[in-house]
Design a protein around this ligand. Structure first.
Ligand SMILES: NC(=O)c1ccc[n+]([C@@H]2O[C@H](COP(=O)([O-])OP(=O)(O)OC[C@H]3O[C@@H](n4cnc5c(N)ncnc54)[C@H](OP(=O)(O)O)[C@@H]3O)[C@@H](O)[C@H]2O)c1
Length: 259
């Protein structure tokens, strides 16, 4: 039986990954901070899909949390580095401590867990690492947000390690969704009322689309045609124009004028 370890596996995209792999017959190791939800969701999945689900309560912003999860990675077939946060406030307003917490989770935990998993997978000659990034990693779409930079790192890191992994039968892919309906925005007090309905994606569809891209050997997956188009525009637009557009949109949004 194969095993998938999913960080942030109790909500949003992580829960969708958990459902996906459980339905494919994988045993699961779920990681999150909330013990009660880990136990409840794990029991639900075990019953529904007849797989073994174990859970580890760990805060991946901390060294201890990362170390506890690293201990579990030998023998894992799929690692999904999914846990990630945004900050509801822009640079300097959020505070340095919050910025460092974001970097610790969005970047440092991804580096540490990937480093350990890649080593074991390379030795075994097989394995998969999926790093959940974001379309935000393709450019400065949110003036004053360091979240974009953290996701730019995740995408670039995954692409680079993915190229190395190809010769070792270890697949590495960055999954880069746009807006997905999850707890992400409410947890960070990020207002969403200005985001038009058409921009929202469904977590299960994002995961299915990402898994199709993984099977095709892609290093970067951008689910949905509309976000492929948006990413292409972000990548090819002159930086000056992109900066002017995103700054203006942020200003309009702050004044609550988009409906
Ligand atoms: N939602 C979007 O619009 C969107 C778009 C693009 C990319 N993403 C990315 O997708 C990933 C998943 O986001 P989501 O939207 O599914 O978020 P979510 O619904 O808020 O779920 C976050 C999950 O991560 C866990 N978690 C949070 N902080 C943690 C920590 N310090 N240590 C361990 N686990 C932690 C949470 O459980 P506990 O609170 O119990 O720890 C929960 O299981 C993130 O990397 C995010 O950046 C999201």
């Amino acid at each position: 039986m194969s095993t998938a370890l999913i960080t942030g596996g109790t909500a949003g995209l992580g829960a969708a990954f958990a459902r996906y792999f459980a339905s494919a017959g994988y045993d699961l190791i779920l990681v999150a901070r909330g013990v009660e939800r880990l136990d409840r969701f794990g029991a639900e999945l075990a019953q529904q899909y007849s797989v073994t689900v174990s859970s580890t309560a760990a805060d991946l912003t901390t060294d201890e949390g990362c170390s506890a999860v690293i201990e579990l990675l030998d023998g894992v077939d799929v690692l999904v580095n999914n846990a990630g946060i945004g900050l509801g406030k822009g640079f300097s307003a959020a505070g340095l401590e919050a910025e460092e917490r974001l970097l610790n989770l969005n970047v440092r935990s991804v580096l540490r867990l990937s480093h350990e998993a890649f080593k074991h997978m390379r030795r075994r000659g097989r394995g998969t690492i999926i790093n959940v990034s974001s379309v935000a990693g393709f450019g400065p779409t949110m003036p004053g947000s360091t979240y974009n930079a953290s996701k730019a790192w995740v995408t670039s890191f995954s692409e680079s390690i993915g190229l190395l992994g190809r010769s070792e039968n270890v697949r590495v892919m960055a999954l880069c969704p746009g807006f997905v309906r999850t707890e992400f925005h409410s947890s960070a007090n990020i207002p969403t009322s200005d985001i038009p309905g058409w921009m929202w994606l469904n977590a299960d569809s994002v995961v299915e689309s990402g898994m199709r891209d993984l099977r095709r050997g892609k290093l970067i997956s951008v689910p949905s045609v509309k976000y492929k188009f948006i990413v292409s525009a972000i990548r090819h637009m002159p930086l000056g124009a992109l900066g002017r557009i995103t700054t203006r949109l942020a200003a309009i949004s702050a004044r609550g004028q988009i409906r």
